[in-house]
Ligand binder design. Structure first.
Ligand code: SAM
Length: 214
């Protein structure tokens, strides 16, 4: 997702109390408890888009601290606007490329990672840019607590098959794999829809999901 450039979005982000400033990101590992002012578990969404999922999750789970990560300012701006409309103390944002994720969180500092409708990068030579690739799983392995879980949802079957194939070589195991999340009443209990999930499930696309651990 890349919205057209919105004039002033960088300035809004730089001045927003909801966004962790780029200049201090390097100092964040090991200090997330101080940033939130408490030591609640930390759940992150990488590639959060306009932030509906993470905003809803933060609202429904006040005892968890959430961090939404998004590469593009114009998209992050929408998530900031949601916070302006409904401020939540347990949600922060970072504008960054997930490539740098292991420079922002300390070893095993994160309790859960969400990837929702990640960009597919269909060309083989771009496989390592896919957020569920083995290269990214290696980074998540560092920041995710040993007992932590990573959840991934997508309607893109090729991307999902790729993601499942990456698990074994990367040393991860599946706790759950479904190729039709919305067709499973039990799994749908507590499911929070993302913007893309709503759009693509409305078109009749089945939604795939896995939950993985190592
Ligand atoms: N998760 C949202 C949803 O399900 O509605 C948005 C999905 S959208 C297809 C993917 C989002 O991930 C885009 O907003 C994109 O800018 C962001 N993204 C892609 N690669 C990223 C990366 N390497 N680091 C941070 N964000 C990334």
């Amino acid at each position: 997702m890349r919205l057209r450039n919105i004039t002033g979005s960088r300035e809004v982000i730089a001045g927003s109390p909801y966004v962790v400033r780029e200049e201090v990101l390097e100092q964040c590992p090991g200090t997330w408890g101080e940033i939130f002012g408490n030591h609640a578990p930390i759940h992150i969404e990488i590639g959060m888009g306009k932030g509906r999922f993470i905003h809803t999750m933060a609202k429904e789970n006040p005892a968890v601290n959430y961090v939404g990560i998004e590469k593009y300012s114009s998209v992050l701006l929408r998530a900031i606007q949601k916070m302006q409309a409904e401020e939540l103390p347990n949600l922060k944002f970072i504008r960054m490329d997930a490539e740098e994720i292991d420079r922002v969180f300390g070893r095993e500092e994160v309790d859960r990672i969400y990837l929702n409708f990640s960009d597919p990068w269909p060309k083989d030579r771009h496989a390592k840019r896919r957020l569920p690739s083995r290269q990214f799983l290696q980074k998540y392995d560092v920041i995710l607590r040993r007992e932590g879980r990573l959840e991934f949802k997508t309607d893109n079957r090729e991307l999902f098959d790729f993601a499942v194939e990456e698990l074994e070589p990367a040393g991860w195991k599946a706790e759950l794999i479904t190729y039709d999340l919305h067709g499973d009443e039990t799994l749908m209990q507590g499911n929070v829809m993302t913007e893309y999930e709503e759009k693509f499930s409305a078109l009749g696309n089945p939604i795939c999901k896995y939950i993985i651990y190592r």
